[in-house]
Design a protein around this ligand. Sequence first.
Ligand SMILES: NC(=O)c1ccc[n+]([C@@H]2O[C@H](COP(=O)([O-])OP(=O)(O)OC[C@H]3O[C@@H](n4cnc5c(N)ncnc54)[C@H](O)[C@@H]3O)[C@@H](O)[C@H]2O)c1
Ligand SMILES: [Zn+2]
Ligand SMILES: [Zn+2]
Length: 345
Amino acid sequence: MHAMKALVKERAEPGLWLVDVPEPVLGPGEVKIRVLRTGICGTDLHIRKFDDWARQTLTLPLIVGHEFSGHVVEVADGVEDIAVGDLVSGEGHLVCGKCRNCMAGRRHLCRNTIGLGVHRDGAFAEYLTLPATNVWVHRTPVHPDVAAIFDPFGNAVHTALSFPLVGEDVLITGAGPIGLMAAAVATHVGARNVAITDVSDERLNLATKLGVSLALNVSRDTLAEGMRRLNMHEGFDVGLEMSGNPAALRDMIANMTHGGKIAMLGLPAADFAVDWSTVVTSMLTIKGIYGREMYETWYNMSVLLEKGLDLSPVITDRFSYEDFDTAFNTAASGRTGKVILDWSA
Ligand SMILES: NC(=O)c1ccc[n+]([C@@H]2O[C@H](COP(=O)([O-])OP(=O)(O)OC[C@H]3O[C@@H](n4cnc5c(N)ncnc54)[C@H](O)[C@@H]3O)[C@@H](O)[C@H]2O)c1
Ligand SMILES: [Zn+2]
Ligand SMILES: [Zn+2]
């Protein structure tokens, strides 16, 4: 049995531990991957902190992480179209394949979804195995850093492409890594105005590098003021909620045009009130978004990159996996774009 390095939640207390664990063994229908890069997600920060959600959700010990890129090193008998040496990313939601939605091909709506690096061992390791049906092969050249963030990029694309954006005025609340990628997508596909809000000037500065029409700090300026700057009179056509912050959704609802559409990705930490009478009288549509569509979103992502979408400004920090503590602290600061760990050395 070979050993490998992995970032493990070993004990029921704050922290993560870089330890030697056995390399995973290939099972039927699976692919074994040598991990090159991983992305740090908010979920990983919750797991490191060991907050209430993590306490209730995790069974320890657990190899964490779900955002990765890597090279295929082994393929089970009978797996077709994936070859040793392929550069791949992975869909971190493992679905049952048997429920009504799975049977109908709506796999993102599976009720029995299992999360990589949450409900089973994840990708912050030198190797991982995944069902072949969860492996996305990059058929066009992609940098391994960008391939490592296909999971959150997919959240951004799934949300952004939920409603038609061509010629529309789009409001994105939250300029975290996912909001930034959604802004890049909305601009790329031909929205008229793309306005993005946050309370962090560092993140809004990143947004301006992506060519948004307006990057607004809502701790200083109101959305009404933002609309004036854009010479907008009737409200936003499409809203992408990407902060999880109650005030952001309330503000969005108040500034939508009649018949406006809201796609909501941000995960609020608790219940909160919204002005439902405005939702009704403005005839708004609010759609919840979880994960990525399998595999339409993945197709969209690859094609967007092939047609010149540039995500490089979104990746701001890179560390060796050995410096994971510094990397996690950087991601937790809330001031950066995406933070990448390099596992290739
Ligand atoms: N539904 C899903 O499948 C899914 C998947 C991944 C992440 N998420 C959620 O999506 C959201 C975005 O993810 P992320 O990784 O970019 O998160 P993040 O926490 O890095 O970014 C959220 C940003 O919102 C900003 N913000 C806070 N209050 C605000 C306000 N009032 N107005 C505007 N912005 C405000 C924060 O400063 C931060 O920059 C999070 O809520 C996350 O939990 C959902
Ligand atoms: Zn993630
Ligand atoms: Zn299912």
